[in-house]
Design a protein around this ligand. Structure first.
Ligand code: ADP
Ligand code: MG
Length: 351
C-alpha cells in the first residue's frame, strides 16, 4: 500500500532521514516510534508531500507520489496532529466538513457522514455538533480531530503523536477508540509516537527509528522477544518481558484442566494432581478441591472474579495470580463453563 524506497532528507548539513525503506500494508496499524528529534514527523510528512525527500521514492498503491499534486494527495490522506488544529471560529460540524467541502462532496451525504463520525468517536452529535473548539476538553477536541481526518473517507490516516498531550486516562480511552475505529473502518494507519507502551498496545507493526535510521521493523511481540541491539532493548525498557505478556492471550496458552463434578465429590478422586477443579452438571466452575494424604478440602469460588477468559492477556493472568496468591487459574467462557487452565510455569516456560 505505502512503500518508501531509499528515502533520504537533509536540512542543511543535517541528515534527518537516511535511506529509509518501509513497506506498510493495506489495512495495517503501523507505528513509527523513536526519541524526539529522530525524524518521525519528517518521515510522516514525506508520505503526504508536506516534505519532499532529497532522494528516494514513495509509492502509494503502486503510484509514485511525485506524480501527484501535494494538495490533491493530502485530500486523500487523513492527518491528525497533537495540536489538533481545529479552526476556532468554526463549529465542530463545520470543522469536520472542511475537506468534504473542498472535494465538493454532496452536502447531504457529507453532513450525515459527519454526524456518523461524531457517533463513531463517541461524541453524541446533538450535544457536540454546534459547539466551538474552545468549549471542548483536550480529549474531545482530539476526537473531533480524528473525525475530521476521517471525513473524506481516506484510505490512509497519518497520526503524529495525537495523544501526546492527554492525561493517562483519556489517552488510554482514545487508544482503545482508535483501535476500534481501525478495525471497523479498515483504514491504513501510520501512527507516530515516542511512547513505547502506546506503540506496543496499538501497533500491529512497529518501526523503531533513531537518528534518521530505521533500526528494527517487526510485530511488537517479536521486537520484545528479539530486540536487534542494545538501543532497542534499552528503549523497550527493563520490563520488556512483562510488556510482552500484554500481547499474548490466554486462549493461546491455556491447557486442559482436570475437573470433577460437584455431586461426585464424595467418591474417590483418581488423579495424581494436588488439586482438581469442581464443576456442576452444566460444566459451570464451582471451585477446586485440594487433595492430600490427610484428606481433601473443597474451596468454593465465584468464576466471575476468579477465572480468566480467553480474551484476557497473560499480563492479566499474572496479575490475577498475584492478587489471588495462586500459581494456576481456571479459564471459563462467558457462562462460567470451565474451558481450561493456565499456570505460572506455562507462562514462564512457554513465552
Ligand atoms: P521527531 O518528530 O522525531 O521529533 P522531526 O522529524 O521533527 O523529529 O525532526 C528531526 C530533526 O530534523 C530534528 O533535529 C529537527 O530539529 C530537524 N528539523 C525538522 N524540521 C526541520 C526544518 N523544517 N528545518 C530544519 N530542521 C528541521
Ligand atoms: Mg515529531
Amino acid at each position: 500500500m505505502i512503500k518508501l524506497i531509499d528515502i533520504t532528507k537533509k536540512f542543511g548539513n543535517h541528515a534527518v532521514l537516511n535511506n529509509i525503506n518501509l513497506h506498510i500494508k493495506e489495512g495495517e496499524f503501523f507505528v513509527l516510534i523513536g526519541p524526539s528529534g529522530s525524524g518521525k514527523t519528517t518521515l510522516l510528512k514525506t508520505i503526504n508531500k508536506m516534505e519532499t525527500p532529497d532522494s528516494g521514492k514513495i509509492f502509494i498503491n503502486n503510484q509514485d507520489i511525485s506524480d501527484i499534486k501535494g494538495t490533491v494527495l493530502r485530500r486523500r490522506i487523513g492527518y491528525v496532529i497533537q495540536s489538533i488544529g481545529l479552526l476556532p471560529h468554526m463549529s465542530v460540524k463545520d470543522n469536520i466538513l472542511i475537506v468534504p467541502k473542498l472535494l465538493k462532496t454532496d452536502k447531504r451525504i457529507a453532513e450525515s457522514r459527519a454526524l456518523e463520525l461524531l457517533n463513531l468517536v463517541e461524541l453524541p452529535p446533538e450535544t457536540y455538533k454546534n459547539k466551538f473548539p474552545h468549549q471542548l476538553s483536550g480529549g474531545e477536541a482530539q476526537r473531533v480531530g480524528i473525525a475530521r481526518a476521517l471525513a473524506a473517507d481516506p484510505p490512509i490516516v497519518l497520526m503524529d503523536e495525537p495523544f501526546g498531550a492527554l492525561d493517562p486516562i483519556t489517552k488510554s480511552r482514545l487508544q482503545n477508540q482508535i483501535c476500534r475505529i481501525h478495525k471497523a473502518l479498515k483504514k491504513t494507519i501510520v501512527f507516530v509516537t515516542h511512547d513505547i507502551d502506546e506503540a506496543i498496545k496499538i501497533g500491529q507493526k512497529i518501526a523503531i527509528i533513531k537518528d534518521g535510521n530505521i533500526i528494527q521493523t517487526d510485530e511488537p511481540q517479536n521486537i520484545l522477544s528479539h530486540p536487534r541491539n542494545s538501543f532497542v532493548a534499552t528503549f523497550l525498557g527493563s520490563d520488556r518481558a512483562l510488556k510482552k505478556l500484554s500481547k499474548l492471550y490466554v486462549k493461546d496458552y491455556k491447557k486442559n484442566a482436570e475437573c470433577v463434578f460437584e455431586n461426585e465429590l464424595s467418591n474417590d478422586i483418581q488423579t495424581n494432581k494436588k488439586y482438581v477443579w469442581v464443576i456442576d452438571i452444566n460444566n459451570i466452575l464451582k471451585g477446586w478441591i485440594y487433595l492430600s494424604e490427610n484428606g481433601s478440602q473443597y474451596t468454593q469460588i465465584d468464576y466471575e472474579t476468579f477465572a480468566l477468559n480467553d480474551e484476557e492477556t497473560l499480563k492479566d493472568a499474572v496479575s490475577k495470580m498475584i492478587v489471588q496468591s495462586v500459581k494456576t487459574l481456571p479459564v471459563c467462557d462467558k457462562k462460567g463453563q470451565l474451558t481450561g487452565e493456565i499456570s505460572l510455569t506455562d507462562i514462564v516456560v512457554k513465552t
